[in-house]
Design a protein around this ligand. Structure first.
Ligand code: GLA
Length: 402
């Protein structure tokens, strides 16, 4: 029996014990790794991402009395309950708000009469791999199936982003996390053009094949879980606002209407670098990161298509340098710089960069398999605090299992 089928079997048994009946729908959705394309999502730019191996299972059964029971392996002592008719946000930051936020979105699209839920996840929370998107997508997939709510993959990911941005959760994230948990494909990187992807049917979302085994290399996510941050109260909203403010400023400098930073070519940026810097040098740095990062994503696609793994690694490292120097994601978290700068110097590391929102100590490394064990040992030693390493192979996005 595979690990996932064993997990499903155990979860089914627990569901039956808790609710005295079998589930009618089972779904799983993975955590995500941002491969490259840092902070490009809310700038309508480009990114490449992958589903990690770890995922969240949601088992569900209909009820007809307007009640929701939720049991989370790991978080619950016993099932929590609430009424759908008076659904409201609980204590800020509580995991139940994620369940409520998604159900609230689903109720706008169909009738839900109540549900028994069991959640079982091995996606580490505060691991920087978007355990929240995994929960949202898995829950949305299970409950939509239970109540025959037809919602296509891209729309479902958008709905989950709305849940995350909305009043129950209130995190101003872009589309990266939910798109990645929802739309990824095994042995592929998901190519996201944030200007386009929101309007595409799943069949037209671009997937880039990747096979690291032929290069004897692997991805690993490295996390110092003690360095915690909340995206909503970190420097994330300020970065986002600065980029949004830059759009009319750049439009007026280059004398052309643009709708987002994706519309700014490197040449145009270089032509307005000085003037932008004089007006607002912080803005100049943020824009410089985004404009060059978009190009790096496109260059990465080409490098992968050409089988140029060395170039791929270089682009990862350049992305990380830019994020630290120009986007200053290490503001208040010097641990991030320490982690990435130490890590990328270690033998066998082909590329290494920060991953996700920043203001934490989370990185992605591409490492030669022969050097993986010594890499982990040396990095933990040089970093000087316990680290969590999460190896993964790009897997499938959200799916209905029953
Ligand atoms: C976090 C956010 C995403 C994205 C990344 C940075 O993971 O949730 O929307 O902005 O940071 O690329």
């Amino acid at each position: 029996m595979t690990t996932i089928s064993l997990k499903i079997e155990q979860a089914k048994q627990l569901f039956t014990k808790l609710y005295r009946s079998n589930p009618d729908a089972i779904a799983r959705a993975p955590g995500r790794a941002e491969i490259i394309g840092n902070h490009t999502d809310y700038n309508s730019g480009y990114a490449l991402s992958a589903a990690i191996t770890q995922s969240t299972l949601v088992l569900a059964k209909k009820r007809s009395d307007n009640i929701v029971h939720v049991y989370s392996v790991g978080y619950s002592q016993e099932p929590s309950s609430f009424l759908l008719s008076t659904i409201e946000k609980g204590e800020h930051g509580h995991w139940l708000n994620y369940v409520k936020g998604v159900l609230d979105q689903l109720m706008k699209r169909g009738d839900i009469m109540g549900v028994d839920l069991l959640i079982d996840s091995d996606v580490p929370s505060s691991g920087g791999v978007s355990s929240s998107a995994a929960l949202e997508l898995s829950l949305a997939t299970a409950v939509a199936s239970l109540y025959h709510i037809t919602i296509e993959g891209v729309e479902k990911a958008h709905m989950c982003q709305q849940a995350e941005n909305g009043s129950f959760i209130g995190i101003p994230c872009g589309f990266l996390d939910q798109a990645s948990s929802g739309l990824t494909k095994k042995d592929h990187l998901l190519f996201l053009d944030f200007k386009q992807t929101g309007a595409l049917p799943v069949s037209q979302v671009k997937q880039i094949p990747i096979d690291l085994s032929q290069f004897h290399m692997s991805f690993v996510v490295v996390v110092d879980k003690e360095v915690k941050r909340n995206l909503g109260t970190s420097g994330y909203p300020a970065r986002r606002a600065k980029c949004e403010q830059s759009v009319p400023v750049i439009s007026s400098i280059i004398g052309r209407d643009i709708s987002s930073l994706q519309d700014v070519s490197i040449e145009e940026f270089e032509n307005c670098r000085q003037q932008l810097g004089k007006e607002d040098d912080v803005m100049r740095k943020r824009v410089e990161h985004i404009v060059y990062e978009n190009q790096r994503v496109l260059d990465t696609v080409k490098a992968l298509q050409d089988g140029d793994i060395k170039k791929f690694g270089q682009l990862l490292t350049e992305s990380g340098k830019s994020a630290l120097e120009l986007y200053e994601l290490d503001e208040q978290t010097p641990e991030l710089t320490l982690l990435v700068t130490k890590g990328r110097e270690i033998e066998g590391v082909v590329g290494m960069r920060n991953m996700g929102g920043g203001f934490s100590a989370i990185a992605l490394a591409l490492v030669e398999n022969d050097h993986m064990v010594p890499f982990k040992k040396q990095l933990a030693q040089e970093y000087g605090a316990p680290l969590t390493f999460l190896s993964f192979e790009p897997g499938d996005g959200a799916e209905l299992l029953l």
